[in-house]
Structure formats: structure tokens, C-alpha cells
Design a protein around this ligand. Sequence first.
Ligand SMILES: *Cc1c(COP(=O)(O)O)cnc(C)c1O
Length: 411
Amino acid sequence: MSTSNPVERLANSRHEFGEHGGVNMSIEASTTFTVMAANTMPELFKGGKTPAEGCYLYGRHFNPTVYQLGHQLAAIEGTDAAYCTASGMAAISAALFELCESGDHIVASNTIYGGTYALLHDFLPVKANIKTTFVDMTDAAAVQAAMTERTKVVFAESVSNPTLRVADIGALAAIAHAQDAQLVIDNTFSPLLISPALFGADVVVHSMTKFINGASDIIAGVVCARMEFIQGLMDLHTGPLMILGPTMDPAVASKISLRIPHLAMRVAEHARRAQVFAERLTELGLSVSYPGLPAHPDHDLLKRQRCADYGFGGILTLDLGTEALASELMDVLQNRYRFGFMAVSLGYFDTLISNPSSSTSSEMTQEDLVAAGIGDGLVRMSVGYTGSIEQRWRQLERALHDIGVLEATGC
Ligand SMILES: *Cc1c(COP(=O)(O)O)cnc(C)c1O
């Protein structure tokens, strides 16, 4: 039964058990697989037999444990298939290499993860003659105007890093498809909250290093798409995952798989706390950005595009105006009050705090930072769920008081 609720899709898709009837899938520790008859081998190499039929060839191609984790992610995203990679960057670069050839063109959002920006801005033009035009994705006319006859991909984050603008996925898909381009959405910030494929995205990628894994101990990624697309990534001659080889280890796939069942509870709690903090910070007169605030420019858009069980996501930003003040707040929050940690990344059980302009977005030029609205004083907070919410709020409020921000705003 197809359903618009990602956890219902996940529950409906559960079919894998361990080799000896274990409730959890087994870890397939083999890198190579036997065949029962010699003439099966050539068929495997011609692509005649696939993992969907239970046929495996070699671990860099497909591994059963990694394949089954992909099955879970495909259910969550509502796509036919998915395959997991060694990192989020591997998932993004493989998807783009699958869709673009030398001379092709990409239209991408100007507010994206720094590594993706570097891939598009610095790496692909030099290494592969694939050029990107960066635009404000919330401006449909600008996206349309950037399209060329060589545009093969429109790329955006469902909720952008770190500006928390929400992509209108249906509108972007319409623009892309009218020109035979494909819409690739990085859904790292909003697993379960948004299912981009339901609104027309052709390929959905994740850094599973973040919310999906949830413990900041594993680097991983996934590409979710049509079955033919996933098969294409694994083509023995031209498949970017098969040829470049950013393979996920089956032991890692097993670990992540065991965390998928509580992803829904984690994401809901991250969002519940982020909403409370965002509302209270707003009441204190501070400059807060969070899609759950009615004043956020994309509040209504996200409401139309989301699964309401997961609020408005677990990330908020606070603009303190200057890098000095941002640094002071982060110092006090970590070292005086143990509110969270000064660290990049997100989706961890503890709160992670960073200053994007000097860290995760520092790959961007000063001009591009300004165009994207990433100020020097911006503090990004991935709200964790350890401790009690009132204890965490007291810590945050005291830290703001200590650095003198609350007096300055008259509170
Ligand atoms: C972290 C991140 C990536 C890169 O993922 P890795 O797993 O570190 O390779 C890509 N996109 C977004 C939005 C991210 O936050």
C-alpha cells in the first residue's frame, strides 16, 4: 500500500531477517560471491542478474547488507530503489556524474553545504568541464533564467544549509522537467519531514552522517532514485559508484540499519525542542531563523510539503551580528554551561553549535556568502535532545545574558 507517511512506508517494506532467523539482518562479510553454475558468471557480468533477484557478484558492486539498508532508505523516501555510499559527498558526486557529461551544465542553489559548493564551483569545472550557475532557489524566475540547453540537473537542498530556506520542490521539478533536466534534492536536513520524491524530485541524496545515523560516529551517504538510475550508478563500465568505488562497509550498513527504527522519535524530539527554543529566543527579541516560526519566509511552504509528525526540523540559526559575539556565545555555551558542543555537523543527540561563515560554509567566497545571506555573526544550532528542555533553556538564556546580548535588546 502506498502512503504519504514515511514511517508507514518503512513498516510496510520490512522483509529482511538474519540468516538464522535473527530479527536483524545478517552482516554479509564477503567481498565475493559464488555461483552454482559456471554459465551464471557471464550473465552477472552482462547485468542479466541483479541483487533484486538475489544475485551478487562483488562487494564494490552490490553487497546484500548494504543493499538492504538501501531498501529501508528507499521506503523512507518513497523511491523504487536506493544505494548507500561511504559518505554524503560520494552520494552527491555519484548522482551528478551519472546525470552529467563533459560540457553539461547544472543550476544549483546558492545556499548549499560547503563541500557541495566546492564540488560544483571548484572541482567539476576543472576536472570534468561541468559548470554550475548558482541562483536563489526561492526565485523561480531566476532558476528558469539560468537554465540552458545543456542543463541536465537542478540541484537544491530541501532545507538549505545554513540559511534554512525551503525549496519548493514541485515548482523546481516543473522547471527542470520542462527542459529535460532532473531535479536532485539533498534531503540531509529533513529526513522524514520532507519526502522530495513525492513532489517530483528525481534523485534524493542524503548525508547519513547526520540525523539518519544520529550518533556522530559514522560517515555515510545514500542515493535514492528509480531502479534504472541505481543500476546505472553500478554499471561495470560507466557507473560512478562502481568505477570510483566509494563503497559502504557492510558492518556500517548493519549499524545504521539498527538506528533507522528510532529515527522518527529522534527527529520529532529534535524538532520539538528547536521549536520551543526558537519561540523563546524570538520573545527575547533576538534575530532567530527557524521554519517553525510563522514569520519565517517559508513557514507556509514547509507546512504544505511536510509530514506534520516531525514539526519543522531540528536546526535553528541565531544572528548575533558579529563573528566576535558569535564566538563568545559558543565559548560560553560549551565551556561555562555545557549546553552543547562547538562542532560542525548536525543531527547528533547533543546540541552542536557552529559559525557557518568561518567553518562549514568557508569554502564560499565573501561575495557568495553575502549573496546567500550568511552573515559573520550567524550561529547555527543543531538542537539535541539530551538533558531536560528547561535545563537546556536556562543554560542558553544565561549564556545570552552573560555575553550582554539580552541587555542590548532591552530584555
Ligand atoms: C554533511 C553534509 C553533506 C556531506 O556529507 P558527508 O557525509 O560529510 O560526506 C552534504 N550535504 C549536507 C546538507 C550536509 O550537511
